[in-house]
Design a protein around this ligand. Sequence first.
Ligand code: SAM
Length: 294
Amino acid sequence: MTQHLTDLAQGQHYPAGALYVVATPIGNVADITLRALHVLALVDRVAAEDTRNTAQLLSRYGISKPSIAVHEHNERSAAERAIGHLRNGERIACVSDAGTPGISDPGARLVDAVREAGFPVIPLPGASALTTALCAAGAWVHTFTFIGFLAAKPKQRATQLQSFATQPGALVFYEAPHRIVETVQALADALGGERQLLIARELTKLHESLHRCTLAEGPTWLAGDPNRQRGEFVLVVEGAPQQADAEDAHDALLSTLLEELSVSSAARLAATLTGAPRNALYARALYLAKSEEE
Ligand code: SAM
């Protein structure tokens, strides 16, 4: 069986003078594909975010290759060097420290430069924290927008969040341990506390945990145990409530309030609780009260 699969990986044509974008594990070293192993063994050179880190990873698979450092600060000049090697007919693999290159990681500028220079770019799919978290999120995440890391400065972050606040699809963020509590609090402040939140921590690793709660509950849950704030995080946040959902929720709230309060008091309290415009809630409360009378 394994030999058959290895043959399948080897049987494909892997052209020379091409860049192979290869996903590597996000924690568990066993999460690498047979094609990735075959291509990493085949290429002449590896363009890596951190050459020492990648050399260590490759050594675990019994592979050793010359490398080019391609990181955030030298991607353009490193791309020139890589293109020089492609001109000599080399195969080059592009890898990042973890997961899929180009996803909140270097790789995208190298891909642009290589394609512009007329050489093929060949993707090899594999692990990404994004898809790993999403596949375990559930049906409330039917569509999503990947945001990655938010700005660290509170003002910039708040502006960014405002621009996503009304998106109906789920929002996916990456976050580091030292900012996780602050970020979840900022998400609750900007998007409202009622939305669902998935805190996916240390995916594929020994201390993996997936916790679902509301945005309002998130900071308290994280503060409940220092271990919950350790490691690497993906945050998945439910999209903005749809107009129809919001209207249904407002009707349910107003009907309950109208059992005890006048139309104007119910509208005022509902506006305070939901943040929706008081005039609109008043009109709706009036309609509901009249329907009830009839
Ligand atoms: N290229 C990577 C990918 O495909 O997911 C992402 C690299 S980005 C620099 C690193 C961030 O990804 C971390 O700060 C964390 O937010 C997320 N991440 C990476 N590995 C993770 C893991 N095992 N569990 C949870 N999040 C992870």
